[in-house]
Design a protein. Structure first.
Lengths: 284, 302
């Protein structure tokens, strides 16, 4: 009897320990980057170009490049993702085609990001002749985030109660009018949250942009969608593995990492706040 | 008058139809993209085999495309490397993940659960390049010191990092599965005199078995396809690995390293697509197993 109880105590302690280890892992990662990264951050670091072979100066072009490419990703994947979700949630009837589409979305979400990179090279860089550019990278990242946007938007649409649709249809509204005025507004907070989370993932992705447009170093900012660009995640990779003076530029690598993580966290925070605030307003 | 109304109604109907087709097209886009990716990999990848024998490609252990005159395209060592790093990751992440999931589902208070779930969300959102960076600055030196190695960039480092990356997936999916186990199962077990620990180990976790398997498959899928982390932390020596202290070069890392510099249309170029196709099929297979387990599980529950 005593043995049995002892086993339980040890067992539950092990479970507690494993949860603790996970918390510890995150704490180590976040604190290490926050503390060492913070020392590198200054106005010059945020708003200046890299100087003297990237051993001094800042990361301004990488910040701008990341914002630029994310804007293209957003413009491409969010409208497309939402409309695919509208089809799946509002129009599609249960059947083989719908099951096929859902299976395709799930599988797309599981494809390694580097494979999207290869696809981007063949389709955007070469096929559509966009070259290695902000546009090619933005579209590649757009494809990568698309399944995520579709899945979260579909979920947000499905939460809207059926009676909202029926009420509108009963008053003689067409399907589209119903969707526009009685479904989308209520699904909006969920769609927005999902989209922001999707973009926060795209921002940190490196593999899909490796061969589609990102540059090692550029002394100027991209001025059109057909220019190459610098990006924060790739800059971290370069500073920590490809640079000729890796130890010397380590503080810069920490600083860049902190900036990237801060952007990702802020987006996550925004998503949480939106879900909380708008979700309460619409009471779903 | 009547004509006008009919006209207006027809216009309305046409508009609705047009809107429907628009949504339909965007809806099936996912299928087109998936098919497109598959065909792109296949068509480019198959070109490789005009110059390289099928068996040499899949069973050759030497990958040296740039060797003048006698380049070789064997991908076996990178496949072994990928599986080795993934296996190591699962050895770490599966017990830890299931343990944490059981804690969150069965022991933690609502407040602790919310906090841990938020932490899991944050961990899942950390970009892979950042995890790779941690591998270089923290895990690498740590491994080198503990095991007295000159460099800590090896398969073990990759495994630790991939474990960290797959933990959020394993924990959240397993936790859902453990929480979905009907209360009656546990109550029946208590009624038979089993204590909480026995119930958890002998009843709850076995009942959540398929969900846990799915979580592991998804974790494996994530680990196999991960690029930046292994590229940065495993040292990238392209040879057959013998132990976890060897530097390894995975499938994803090989594509990442070579794709940027390879001349268009060469055998080497096509071979990288064949490598990509292999990776695609492996991750598709892993997803498929997860799907089959999920659908069986759903079927059994209804």
């Amino acid at each position: 009897m005593k043995l049995k109880r002892l086993r339980g105590i040890i067992g539950f302690s092990l479970l507690r320990l494993s949860a603790l280890v996970v918390v510890l892992i995150l704490s180590i990662i976040v604190f290490d980057i926050a503390i060492k990264g913070f020392r590198a951050i200054s106005l010059t670091f945020l708003f200046d170009f890299p100087k003297e072979g990237m051993t001094k100066g800042g990361i301004f072009p990488a910040i701008i490049g990341t914002i630029f490419v994310t804007v293209i990703t957003t413009l491409f994947s969010i409208p497309l993702g939402i409309s695919a979700a509208i089809y799946l949630s509002e129009y599609a009837v249960e059947g083989r085609l719908t099951r096929l589409v859902s299976a395709a979305i799930r599988n797309l979400a599981g494809i390694p990001s580097i494979v999207y990179g290869l696809f981007g090279v063949v389709i955007f860089v070469q096929g559509l002749n966009f070259g290695t550019s902000v546009l090619s990278s933005g579209l590649t990242l757009g494809l990568l985030t698309l399944p995520w946007i579709i899945a979260t938007s579909e979920e947000a649409l499905k939460i809207v109660p059926q009676s909202y649709r029926e009420g509108s249809l009963a008053l003689g509204a067409t399907k589209w009018q119903t969707i526009r005025s009685n479904v989308l507004p209520y699904a909006f907070p969920g769609i927005l949250t999902g989209s922001i989370l999707g973009l926060s993932r795209a921002i940190g992705e490196t593999a899909p942009i490796l061969f589609t447009g990102v540059a090692f170093f550029l002394p100027w900012l991209p001025s059109s969608v057909f220019d190459q660009f610098m990006a924060l995640p790739y800059h971290i990779y370069i500073l920590s593995t490809q640079h000729h003076a890796i130890e010397q530029v380590r503080p810069l690598a920490y600083g860049t990492t902190l900036v990237l993580i801060a952007i990702v966290f802020l987006l996550n925070l925004a998503a949480i706040i939106i879900r909380y605030r708008l979700g309460r307003k619409y009471k779903i | 008058m009547k004509n006008k109304i009919i006209k207006a109604m027809n216009l309305k109907r046409i508009k609705e139809k047009a809107i429907y087709y628009f949504f339909f097209l965007t809806g099936i886009l996912a299928v087109i993209i998936l098919l497109g990716i598959f065909l792109m990999l296949l068509l480019n990848g198959l070109q490789t085999f005009r110059d390289v024998r099928f068996s040499d490609f899949f069973f050759g252990t030497v990958w040296n495309p740039s060797a003048y005159g006698e380049s070789s395209y064997g991908i076996l060592s990178m496949i072994v490397s990928t599986f080795m790093v993934t296996l190591g990751a699962m050895i770490i992440a599966v017990p830890l993940g299931i343990g944490a999931a059981a804690y969150i589902a069965e022991i933690a208070s609502q407040r602790t659960r919310d906090i841990l779930k938020t932490i899991m969300g944050i961990l899942a959102g950390i970009p892979s390049v950042v995890i790779g960076f941690i591998g270089i600055v923290l895990v690498g030196p740590f491994i080198a010191r503990v095991f007295g190695l000159s460099s800590g960039l090896n398969a073990l480092n990759g495994s630790i990092l991939l474990a960290v990356m797959s933990l959020p997936t394993i924990i959240s999916v397993s936790e859902d599965a453990i929480r979905e186990v009907p209360k009656e199962y546990k109550e029946a077990s208590y009624a038979l005199g089993a204590n909480r620990w026995m119930t958890l180990i002998k009843v709850t976790i076995p009942a959540a078995y398929s969900g846990i398997i799915v979580s592991i498959m998804l974790g494996i899928g994530r680990a196999i396809g991960e690029t930046m982390t292994v590229l940065m932390a495993t040292g990238n020596a392209s040879a057959m690995p013998h132990s976890f202290f060897d530097s390894v070069r995975t499938i994803t890392a090989t594509i990442a390293i070579e794709m940027g510099e390879v001349p268009y249309g060469t055998t080497h170029y096509y071979a990288l697509f064949a490598v990509g196709a292999t990776l695609f099929l492996i991750s598709l297979g892993v997803n498929l197993i997860a799907e089959i387990v999920t659908s069986k599980y759903r079927g059994a529950k209804v």
